[in-house]
Design a protein around this ligand. Structure first.
Ligand SMILES: Nc1ncnc2c1ncn2[C@@H]1O[C@H](COP(=O)(O)OP(=O)(O)OP(=O)(O)O)[C@@H](O)[C@H]1O
Ligand SMILES: [Mg+2]
Length: 489
């Protein structure tokens, strides 16, 4: 059952009951009034009749009286039958037979004969109320000799009552109709329409296509619901956008990780090529130039040798530019906060850390000032340091990132350290770890470029990278970068 029908029923059923009871009371009252009026109208008529009959009883024959009574019944609309009773309560004269039968209201007749007071009352005969009006009949000396019953079939009253009933019910019907229609309209405007708007809003929100905010036209409960819904939709939209941005950032980060790997491989190839091809090329170039110097200016072999030297230079140029492309680019520095960067980075490395059974954690003070850094390059530095630390740490170990403000050569900055609980770096290898291609990994597994790239990036930032190592405590790499101007607290 719909809300509209239910509310209408809740309103209408009590209304119908109240209105119905009121209608019945009204009809009863109307009927009682009409009957009462009818009875009161009968009193003077009955009185006149009483005098006429008393006189007739004294002076005339019974047959005359009967004729008189019949005539009265015939001409008087208000009278439908007249009966006379003697003191023994038996009927002595009847004006005419009547459909309601001959039953004598014995008790009433007796009372009237005993008290001498007229009496009028109604009795229902079938559906029709019948007025019985009884008056005493006195003899010449005043003693009561019987009673006269005047009967009036109150069908006119009944008709009036029926008309009044129809009238009352008609009015009540119209009232009910108006109330129902009005209630329906008010419900539609005030409740159902805002509700259906709310429902449409919820549906489209569920489908991920939020529509315009709901109108908040009123200060009532529905208005507040619409307001709360709008707020919720706004929050959901903000959360959705944030999620999208997070996803974008994560994708970007993964892309960077992949790129870092590709770059490392490309770097390995390029530098390998530079080393493997560059060394013999240097020898060839040296020998060619030496030969060139030994030849006399007019020697016919000179142009060929000059071509050889020029082509060797060209190959060297190609190798140099190849190396340039894999070197880190100029940083685009900007105020960069460490905490959000780690928040994005750590979840990506967490998987690998778990697989190795190594705990990975970061502790960054909330008031740490932002650094002046290229966020992407800083990220790459942290990735390289963290990967090294994770690779060096055995299961059960711990890798930790810490950060704090630090002054370096009189400049304010931030020091970020990556500490592990691995075996550390032997003292004799310590000076070489930042060299390109220095690696202790088995051939084909490490490029030995990770730390070299870190050092290049940090240098481009006018920062500093240091390593500390103790065999019993593992290695700690610390990167210092300048604090962003205007963010000093
Ligand atoms: N946290 C560390 N603990 C112990 N040794 C380390 C640590 N970090 C670096 N090293 C040593 O420094 C060497 C150079 O590291 P670098 O990151 O430059 O290259 P790699 O890690 O060997 O190769 P790649 O980075 O390509 O995987 C490593 O091979 C390792 O011997
Ligand atoms: Mg490495």
């Amino acid at each position: 059952m719909g809300l509209r029908l239910r509310l209408i029923l809740v309103l209408i059923i009590p209304l119908v009951l109240v209105v119905g009871v009121y209608g019945l009371v009204r009809i009863r009252h109307e009927q009682a009034q009409l009957l009462d009026e009818d009875r009161r109208n009968m009193a003077p008529t009955a009185k006149a009749l009483q005098i006429a009959v008393e006189n007739a009883l004294r002076d005339r024959q019974i047959s005359d009286i009967k004729r008189l009574l019949s005539e009265i019944v015939e001409y008087q609309e208000q009278i439908d039958r007249i009966r006379l009773f003697d003191r023994k309560l038996s009927p002595t004269l009847v004006s005419n037979p009547l459909s309601i039968g001959e039953e004598v209201p014995v008790e009433a007749v007796r009372r009237v004969i005993e008290t001498g007071q007229p009496e009028g009352f109604y009795q229902r005969r079938g559906r029709q109320p019948v007025l019985f009006y009884l008056v005493p009949l006195r003899a010449r000396k005043g003693e009561i000799q019987g009673a006269m019953e005047v009967v009036h079939l109150a069908s006119g009253v009944e008709q009036k009552v029926q008309a009044a009933t129809r009238d009352v019910w008609l009015r009540l019907g119209v009232l009910l109709l108006v109330v129902t229609v009005l209630t329906g309209l008010v419900l539609q405007r005030q409740v159902l329409r805002p509700l259906s708007r709310l429902m449409a809003g919820i549906r489209s929100l569920g489908l991920g296509q939020p529509g315009p905010p709901l109108p908040v036209e009123r200060r009532d409960e529905l208005g507040r619901v619409a307001e709360a819904f709008n707020q919720m939709a706004e929050q959901l939209e903000a959360a959705r956008l944030k999620l999208l941005a997070e996803t974008d950032r994560t994708l970007e980060l993964e892309h960077q990780l992949r790129q870092a790997e590709t770059l490392a491989v490309a770097g390995k190839l390029a530098t390998g090529l530079a080393h493997e091809v560059g060394t013999p090329l240097n020898i060839i170039s040296g020998r060619a130039e030496f030969l060139l110097q030994t030849l006399s200016p007019g020697d016919t072999r000179r142009p060929d040798l000059e071509v050889i030297v020029a082509q060797i230079d060209r190959i060297s140029g190609i190798i140099r530019s190849l190396l340039d492309t894999v070197r880190p680019q100029k940083p685009e520095v900007q105020p960069t906060a460490l905490a959000p960067l780690l928040d994005r980075l750590l979840p990506l490395l967490q998987h690998g850390a778990k697989r190795r059974g190594v705990a990975l954690a970061a502790a960054v003070p909330a008031d740490l000032p932002p650094m002046l850094a290229d966020p992407n390059q800083l990220q790459q530095v942290l990735i390289n340091l963290l990967m090294n630390a994770l690779e060096a740490t055995p299961a059960g170990g711990r890798v930790e990132v810490r950060a704090g403000r630090s002054i370096h050569e009189g400049r304010a900055g931030v020091a970020v350290s990556v500490r592990d609980t691995g075996p550390g770096i032997p003292p004799d290898l310590l000076p070489r770890v930042f060299d390109p291609f220095f690696t202790t990994k088995p051939p084909g597994q490490g490029t030995g470029l990770g730390l070299a790239i870190c050092r290049d990036i940090v240098r481009e930032h006018a920062g500093e990278i240091q390593v500390e190592s103790r065999s019993d405590r593992g290695a700690t790499f610390t990167v210092w970068l300048p604090e962003a101007e205007g963010h000093r607290s």
